[in-house]
Design a protein around this ligand. Structure first.
Ligand code: FES
Ligand SMILES: [Fe+2]
Length: 375
């Protein structure tokens, strides 16, 4: 068994935020990760008003939506319903039925590949068109048309169901990247972990560009040195770093990339081959669902490297716990007074802005300007 003390061996003194977490029993820590924190501070008091960005977002794992199953979700500040038709495809609509407003996530039923509303049994396809009304031969013409305001382009890749969200209902602007490791028999099934953070997705994404925090929040001996490449909808970096293992410090490589606003992935190599697929999904403007899905080369995970393999995952999750203590309470600083060593935070923000729809960004800028004048 790997002891917690062993996992700290690459670290400087325990970081201060650890005081918030060190006394939690393992089950309490799991609950703490997903219980949205309520400090009594509103989003407005924390200056959090950034729009919800567009992109592909994880709605659930593929194995959480079985054939003929219907499930409610709440993401993008909307009530959603997802179902899997008999053809095996997942579909996602706004949950409220256009007929008389029933929530189709509660009592909705799959009929073939369609979703049957619980209230009057109208049947809907994945494009949001009414295809059948059991007690009437006439379907209102408007209801027969596909409705892009209510339907979400869906992909099923890397063991997740992804929905494309765009506030103006623009068609997907890029595709979900696939990874050969997922589903390869030489790689393990996912080890899954999750968090709910009381903060906007941009702040969470900014963490990778915030070089100085690694030392103080995560206790790493030195701030990692790396260059982030910003390229279209993707940003990526390769970091050579000393990684803490039960056997002490080992040279490792961490390659990470983020597609769009919500699809980070990270490859750790050198000690134990590990791929982390992350789903970062906005629940609302100030609440974000994070999922970590790890796969490791089975020969590493099940062999004599097994302790190291588990330690890597535990360590990465611990780093997220440490960040969450800050994120849950952080105020959004619109124009931070940055200094040398802070990392490319402004470059990151310029890059991330592309994921805010123009209309929403203009509205946000207007109200941010008013807030700064009234201060
Ligand atoms: S409210 Fe859905 S069918 Fe009537
Ligand atoms: Fe961090």
């Amino acid at each position: 068994m790997t002891k917690t003390a062993d996992l700290l061996d690459s670290r400087t003194d325990p970081v201060l935020v650890w005081d918030q977490l060190k006394n939690l029993a393992p089950e309490e820590l799991i609950q703490w990760r997903v219980a949205p924190l309520n400090t009594g501070q509103s989003a407005a008091q924390r200056n959090i008003d950034l729009p919800i960005p567009f992109g592909w977002f994880a709605i659930c794992y593929s194995d959480e939506l079985q054939t003929s199953e219907v499930k409610p979700f709440h993401y993008f500040d909307k009530e959603l319903v997802a179902w899997r038709g008999e053809d095996g495809s997942a579909r996602i609509l706004d949950a409220y039925c256009p007929h008389l407003g029933a929530h189709m996530g509660y009592g909705g039923k799959v009929d073939g590949n369609h979703l049957q509303c619980p209230f009057h049994a109208w049947r809907w396809n994945g494009e949001g068109s009414a295809v059948e009304i059991p007690y009437s031969k006439s379907i209102p013409p408007k209801m027969r048309k596909p409705d892009c305001d209510r339907s979400y382009p869906t992909r099923e890749v890397n063991g997740f169901v992804w929905a494309w969200y765009h506030p103006d209902n623009t068609e997907p602007l890029y595709e979900v990247q696939t990874f050969a490791e997922i589903g390869d028999p030489a790689w393990s099934d996912y080890e899954k972990h999750e968090w709910i953070v009381r903060g906007p997705i941009q702040t969470i994404a900014e963490n990778g560009a915030d070089s100085a925090h690694f030392q103080f929040i995560h206790g790493v001996a030195n701030s990692p040195n790396y260059d982030i490449t910003f390229d279209g909808h993707r940003r990526s970096a390769e970091v050579r770093a000393k990684m803490g293992t039960p056997r002490g410090l080992v040279d490792g490589t961490i390659a990470y990339g983020v597609d769009g606003s919500g699809q980070p992935w990270t490859r750790f190599s050198g000690i134990c081959e590990t791929l982390l697929i992350t789903g970062v999904t906005p629940i609302s403007k100030d609440l974000t669902h994070l999922r970590f899905a790890f796969t490791q080369l089975k020969s590493d995970r099940d062999g004599e490297n097994g302790g190291v393999a588990r330690a890597i995952i535990k360590d990465i999750c611990k780093q997220l716990d440490q960040d969450k203590v800050v994120w849950d309470r952080q105020r959004y600083v619109e124009q931070p007074p940055l200094c040398a060593g802070d990392g490319p935070i402004n470059d990151f923000r310029d890059f991330f802005r592309q994921f805010y729809a123009g209309s929403q960004w203009d509205k946000y800028r207007d109200s941010a300007l008013k807030r700064s004048i009234s201060r």
